[in-house]
Design a protein around this ligand. Structure first.
Ligand code: CAA
Length: 464
C-alpha cells in the first residue's frame, strides 16, 4: 500500500530579527551571518505564542485548506524539542485548541503522542505514521504529523545567530498527492552523545556547536551507508559501476539548523561517495591539492577537531571542492531550492528539514521543472544523537498542491523587531497580553497559571 505526504502547511511567527540588526548589536560582521551561515532573518515568537500555538495554527490551516473534519483525522503526532511540560503531551494542548473551533470532544477518537529526539524526532513520527497507514490500521483516515519548535539559544552565545521558530504540518494518507515514501529502505544510525541537550528546567540548550556539526555529518553518512544497502538489497535502485546512491536522488533535503549547514553536509556526503569513483581523480586535479587526512584517522571527534592543522587544511579543501563545477551542479540541482526558506526564517529544529522540503517543491516548480516521478532523499539529524535517511517519489498529482504554494503569503506580513523588543522577548519580560502584534484568526496563549495546585496550566483562545 502506498503511503506518504498528501499536503503540507506551515505557520511562522510574524516577528523577526534581521541579520544586519543582529550583527550590529552583537559586534559581528553581517557577512558572517548572511554569507557564512546563510541567515538573513530569524523568526521570533511573540509573547502570546508557544510551540503548541504554532502547531495548532499549522493544523488549522491544513484542515481548512483541505476541508477536513476531525473525523477524517485518525492520529495527531507532535514532534518537538521545545516541550514545556515533562508529562502532558503537546498534542493534547493542540487538540484542546482545535476543539475550540471544531467543537468539544470532536477529536476524542484521535490518538497520538509527543515525540522527542532533538531535531530528528519528526522523521521518526513520519515513519511510524506511514507504517500505521501501510499496515491498514488507518481505515481511510489521515494522520497529521506536526513538527513545531522554537530554536532559542543563550544571549551572546554562538548559537544565538542560528535561532528561529515555526511549525510544519504534514497530512499523511494512502493516496498521497505529493510524495509516496519508498518502502523498506528507511535507515537509522544512533549513538549516545552530548553535542546538544537541554536539561530539565533549562529553557535554552547546552551546545557544542562545531562538535554537533561534525557529528551531524558523520551520523547522516552512517545512515546513508545503511540506506544504500537497503535500496540495493530490496531492488528499489540498481546501481551501475561508477555510480553513487546520490546519483539516484533527484533532490536531497538535509536538516538545516542554518541554511549553509545543508551545503556543508551535502559536500561531506558527496565527497565521501565520490572518493571511491573514477570521477574523483578529475576532481582532485581540478582542486589541485591532496585530500587531507587527520593525524589520527581512527581518532575521536574531539581529536579530529583538536587537530588544528588538519581542520585548517580540510576547511580549505572543502571550500575548493564546493567551488568545483561538479559539486556546483549537484548543489544547484539537488539542494539549493530547499535552502531559500531557511534563509528567511532561520532554525526550526524538528521542522527545518520539512520547511526545506516545502521550499524545494515551491522553488523547483517555479523554475519550471516537472517534478513528477522525482526521487527525493532526506538526511535527518537530531543531536544526542541519531540520523535517519529515507526517500520518496513525487506523485503525478503533485501540481494540485505545489502550484498554489507561496511562501511569502503563507508567512504573511512580518514585523522587524527593534533590538530592545528582541531582548525583552528573549528574556521573557512580556506577558501574553503585552504581545507585539495582534493577529486575527489564530490561536494565542492567554495565560499560564502560577497557583500551587494548578501551576503550569495553559489557557489558549482562538482570536476571531
Ligand atoms: N565573512 C564571511 N564568512 C564568515 C565570516 C565573515 N566575516 N566569519 C565567519 N564566516 C564563516 C565561517 O568561515 C564559517 O563558514 P564554514 O562553515 O563554511 O567554514 C561560517 O561563517 C560560520 O563561522 P564559524 O564556524 O566560525 O561560526 P561559529 O563557530 O561562531 O558558530 C555554529 C557557528 C557552531 C553553527 C553556532 O552558531 C552554533 O553553535 N549553533 C548552534 C548549534 C547548531 O546549530 N549545530 C548544528 C548541527 S546540530 C543540530 O542541528 C542540533 C539539533 O539536533 C537540535
Amino acid at each position: 500500500m502506498a503511503a506518504g505526504i498528501d499536503d503540507i502547511a506551515i505557520y511562522i511567527p510574524r516577528l523577526y530579527v534581521d541579520a544586519a540588526d543582529f550583527a550590529e548589536n552583537r559586534g559581528l560582521d553581517p557577512v558572517k551571518l548572511q554569507k557564512g551561515l546563510g541567515v538573513s532573518q530569524m523568526a521570533i515568537v511573540d509573547a502570546n505564542q508557544d510551540p503548541a500555538c504554532l502547531a495548532a495554527n499549522a493544523c488549522l490551516r491544513i484542515m481548512q485548506k483541505n476541508n477536513l473534519s476531525p473525523d477524517d483525522i485518525g492520529r495527531l503526532y507532535i514532534s518537538t524539542e521545545s516541550a514545556f511540560d515533562e508529562s502532558k503531551a503537546m498534542n493534547s494542548y493542540v487538540i484542546g485548541m482545535l476543539e475550540q473551533v471544531y467543537g468539544q470532544g470532536s477529536f476524542e477518537h484521535c490518538g497520538g503522542v509527543e515525540t522527542k529526539f532533538a531535531c530528528v524526532s519528526g522523521s521518526y513520527a513520519l515513519y511510524d505514521n506511514t507504517n500505521w497507514i501501510r499496515a491498514g490500521e488507518a481505515e481511510g483516515k489521515h494522520a497529521l504529523v506536526v513538527v513545531s519548535d522554537i530554536a532559542k539559544y543563550d544571549m551572546g552565545s554562538s548559537g544565538e545567530m542560528t535561532q528561529g521558530a515555526g511549525a510544519v504540518v504534514m497530512l499523511l494518507n494512502d493516496k498521497p498527492r505529493l510524495l509516496a515514501f519508498d518502502p523498506k529502505v528507511t535507515a537509522t544510525s544512533i549513538k549516545d552523545e552530548y553535542d546538544f541537550y537541554r536539561p530539565f528546567g533549562k529553557e535554552t540548550p547546552i551546545v557544542h556547536g562545531q562538535y554537533s556539526n561534525l557529528l551531524y555529518m558523520i551520523q547522516v553518512r552512517k545512515a546513508l551507508e545503511s540506506y544504500k544497502k537497503k535500496v540495493v538489497s530490496s531492488g528499489l535502485i540498481k546501481m551501475e559501476q561508477g555510480e553513487t546512491i546520490l546519483d539516484h536522488m533527484d533532490y536531497i533535503n538535509m536538516h538545516l539548523p542554518y541554511s549553509n549547514m545543508g551545503k556543508k553536509a551535502l559536500a561531506y556526503l558527496v565527497r565521501h561517495e565520490w572518493r571511491q569513483l573514477p570521477r574523483w581523480k578529475k576532481i582532485l586535479d581540478e582542486i589541485g591539492m591532496k585530500e587531507p587526512i587527520p593525524k589520527d584517522p581512527r581518532g575521536t571527534i574531539e581529536s579530529v577537531l583538536g587537530d588544528e592543522e588538519f581542520m585548517a587544511k580540510d576547511h580549505e579543501f572543502t571550500k575548493l571542492f564546493t567551488k568545483t563545477q561538479e559539486y556546483q551542479e549537484v548543489y544547484e540541482s539537488k539542494l539549493s531550492s530547499s535552502l531559500i526558506a531557511s534563509t528567511m526564517i532561520g532554525n526550526l529544529y524538528t521542522a527545518s528539514l520539512y520547511l526545506g522540503f516545502r521550499s524545494s517543491l515551491e522553488f523547483e516548480y517555479q523554475k519550471g521543472v516537472d517534478l513528477e516521478g522525482k526521487r527525493i532523499g532526506f538526511g535527518s539529524y537530531g543531536s544526542g544523537s541519531s540520523a535517519m535517511v529515507f526517500s520518496g517519489v513525487v506523485q503525478p498529482s503533485y501540481k494540485e498542491i505545489v502550484r498554489d504554494m507561496n511562501l511569502e503569503s503563507e508567512i504573511g506580513s512580518r514585523k522587524r523587531l527593534t533590538w530592545g523588543e528582541y531582548e525583552e522577548l528573549h528574556e521573557n519580560k512580556l506577558s501574553p497580553e503585552e504581545s507585539i502584534v495582534h493577529s486575527n484568526k489564530e490561536f494565542i496563549l492567554v495565560h499560564i497559571d502560577t497557583k500551587k495546585e494548578s501551576r503550569g496550566e495553559r489557557r489558549y483562545v482562538y482570536n476571531e
